[in-house]
Design a binder for this molecule. Structure first.
Ligand code: MN
Length: 278
């Protein structure tokens, strides 16, 4: 039994196309898209539609990611303040692209399980058993990991951190798929996981693929995702460009001061980007 698990496409259709072609060539028995198909990148709608077509035509499955939850939250509640609206402008732009597709996100399952002939379980969820935002890291303590994957299956597949790894946790093979659209391990290549049941045991492999990054830059520009009036998208773009997460660090350093009105959002973002260039 061959299972492909891809995740965190994040609106990057160039990366998705390359990964899809590789998966189609591998001919797995099951394909699971493990959440966060939308947001961050310039082509949320195209990515959602492409994956939805494969779900309808080829039996692919799709789990709920925290970014699908964000879109449902915007649909239901909008933004709490003007500052929130500015910071989350990239999410709002994706929301406008997605239009009528967002309600369907509420139908996505939070986890999926497949079973080997011996009854052993492979479980797939976007982050952990504690929810779509509870990151599983390779270097977490054993008690933390046990709690995040309980009740422990034979194979636990997570995503969300955009950093691929494999680790044994007691009897469980723990696999992080990494991210198709915007990896965060400073390796810009798209990432997905192949999990195989063979000769009575499970094993897993991460696949890394080069794709048309110039095409992604063109998509950012042509979709006007990278516009001058949206300071925050420049941080998100730099995360994609460098395959590294900066937004959390920016939040730590500047969010309170920006919220208190001590520094403008544009200044705070520009200042931070300048420090990164040194
Ligand atoms: Mn996520």
């Amino acid at each position: 039994m061959k299972i492909a698990i891809l995740a965190d496409i994040h609106g990057n259709r160039q990366a998705l196309e390359t990964v899809m072609a590789h998966i189609d060539n591998w001919q797995p028995d099951h394909v699971i898209v493990n959440g966060d198909t939308v947001n961050r990148g310039p082509c949320s709608l195209e990515c959602w539609q492409t994956v939805s077509e494969r779900v309808a035509q080829d039996g692919w499955q799709h789990t709920l990611g925290n970014h699908e939850v964000y879109q449902l939250d915007i649909l239901e509640n909008g933004f709490k303040s003007e500052l929130e609206r500015q910071i989350f402008l990239p999410l709002l732009k994706a929301h406008q692209q997605l239009e009528g597709c967002v309600p369907a996100f509420s139908q996505l399952p939070t986890q999926l399980s497949l079973y080997a002939p011996d009854g052993s379980e492979l479980r797939v969820t976007h982050a952990s058993m504690n929810g779509q935002r509870d990151s599983i890291f390779e270097d977490s303590s054993l008690p933390t990991l046990r709690e995040q994957i309980a009740p422990s299956p034979a194979v636990f597949v997570t995503s969300h951190t955009h950093i691929t790894f494999q680790r044994q946790v007691d009897e469980t093979l723990l696999v992080n798929t990494g991210s198709v659209g915007t990896p965060a391990d400073q390796d810009v290549r798209a990432s997905y996981a192949q999990v195989v049941w063979e000769n009575g045991r499970w094993h897993a492999k991460t696949i890394r693929l080069d794709y048309d990054r110039e095409g992604t830059i063109r998509d950012y520009k042509e979709s006007r995702f990278l516009s001058d009036d949206d300071f925050f998208i420049q941080l998100v773009f730099k995360e994609w460009h460098d395959a590294y997460f900066y937004v959390y660090k920016w939040m730590d350093l500047y969010y309170d001061e920006v919220k208190a009105g001590k520094i403008g959002l544009e200044t705070a973002v520009t200042h931070y980007l300048n420090t990164l260039q040194k």
